[in-house]
Design a protein around this ligand. Structure first.
Ligand code: TXA
Ligand code: MG
Length: 342
């Protein structure tokens, strides 16, 4: 890939400069790539109706084209225009959670290029709430396909610096609006089957969804899954959301774990970091105290892992968070990080 001149432009997260928004929209309409903030993480956007533009996303991220993208639109009406069916469940979820960190998987409209959906007959669509994402969508006037703006399998970016480090020279423009408020990726819900299924947990919890649409189904092959349920999302590979360091999860509430943790740390030898909720292990040098509120923890998580990578940690010890619905999205990311470290 030939290196591009990437510009990084800072904007006010609430009131982005219209000239910067206009420039981003122009680049998108002309088939270029723009990294921009959403409320969850930074996205790497291209015009979803332009297959050549979307192909550039896969090249920049080194992401296999078997991994489908999320299409971002301004409102429910625009979401309906990229889908072929709009069930009652979609209408209710859209009314309850859009704009916001919820992605719906539905039968796709014939106009959406195959490259966006990895050849699937479904499309993932969401209406973001971040004012900068919304301003760019409004100005561009096209749906924007955007995965998280990181290289494939690496940590998602919650700050423009993370994007610049991963994708500098590969995108035309990075719009910097500071840290993203939610911090982990959207909840992805598949609405095709008889029961809605959470394909990727996020900050909108299963009970919050069920309160709006009733009972949820399980993923086929999952712990309580049945074989008639939808397949796991193609993008939900085990190795995902991983820092450079190896990650070891531990449960601070058991004494056995505390002893094991000491042994793991002593055996590691290299540079060790930790994300801690409690004050369990004061001898780790690169320790970061994490908030015990799930919304604040999600907001801080990726930046903390990026920081420990920058400090050259070989091993990161992460205290397991509670096992309640409000923490499910976070535990999912921690588990994947622990499986994925290279
Ligand atoms: O918060 C987010 O969702 C961020 C921001 C930028 O919007 N985007 C994001 O995109 O996380 P990405 O590409 O990193 O993750 C997209 C997820 C993957 O797990 C993918 O498998 C799933 O959505 N997905 C996309 N299209 C799908 C489809 N047609 N069927 C099932 N899953 C799909
Ligand atoms: Mg991603």
């Amino acid at each position: 890939m030939t290196a591009k001149q990437t510009s990084l432009v800072r904007v006010d997260p609430e009131r982005p400069d219209p000239s910067v928004v206009g420039r981003a929209a122009d680049i998108l309409r002309r088939g270029g790539l723009v990294a921009f903030p959403t409320e969850t993480v930074y996205g790497l956007g291209a015009n979803a109706r332009d297959p050549d533009a979307v192909r550039k996303i896969f090249a920049a991220k080194e992401r296999p084209t078997s991994d489908p993208l999320i299409v971002h639109v301004l409102d429910t009406e625009a979401a309906r225009a990229v889908t072929a069916e709009w069930p009652e469940t979609a209408q209710r979820l859209a009314a309850a959670f859009w704009p916001g960190p919820l992605t719906l998987v539905l039968p796709k409209h014939g106009d959406i290029p195959e490259i966006v959906t990895a050849g699937l007959d479904t499309v993932a669509v969401r209406v973001p709430s971040h004012p900068v994402a919304r301003a760019i969508l409004a100005a561009a006037g096209v749906p924007i396909a955007a995965p998280s703006a990181n290289r494939f399998t690496e940590l998602s970016p919650t700050r423009a610096e993370h994007v610049a480090r991963a994708l500098g020279g590969r995108v035309d423009l990075i719009v910097d609006a500071g840290p993203t408020p939610v911090g982990i990726e959207s909840t992805v819900v598949d609405l095709r089957g008889p029961l809605p299924v959470v394909l990727r947990p996020g900050t909108i919890s299963a009970p919050a969804l069920a309160a709006v649409i009733g009972p949820l189904g399980a993923i086929a092959g999952g712990p309580s899954g049945d074989d008639t349920a939808p397949r796991r999302s193609p993008g939900m590979r085990e190795r995902h959301y991983a820092p450079q360091a190896q990650v070891y999860l531990f449960d601070a509430s058991t004494r056995d774990e505390a002893a094991r943790l000491g042994r793991v740390r002593d055996a590691a030898g290299g540079t060790v970091g930790a994300l801690l909720l409690s004050d369990i292990d004061s001898t780790v040098r690169h320790r970061i105290a994490m908030p015990d509120d799930p919304a604040l923890y999600a907001r801080a998580l990726y930046a903390a892992l990026h920081t420990l990578d920058e400090r050259g940690c070989d091993l990161v010890l992460i205290e397991l968070t509670p096992d309640t619905p409000a923490w499910t999205g976070i535990r999912d990311r921690l588990t994947r990080a622990a499986r994925g470290g290279s």
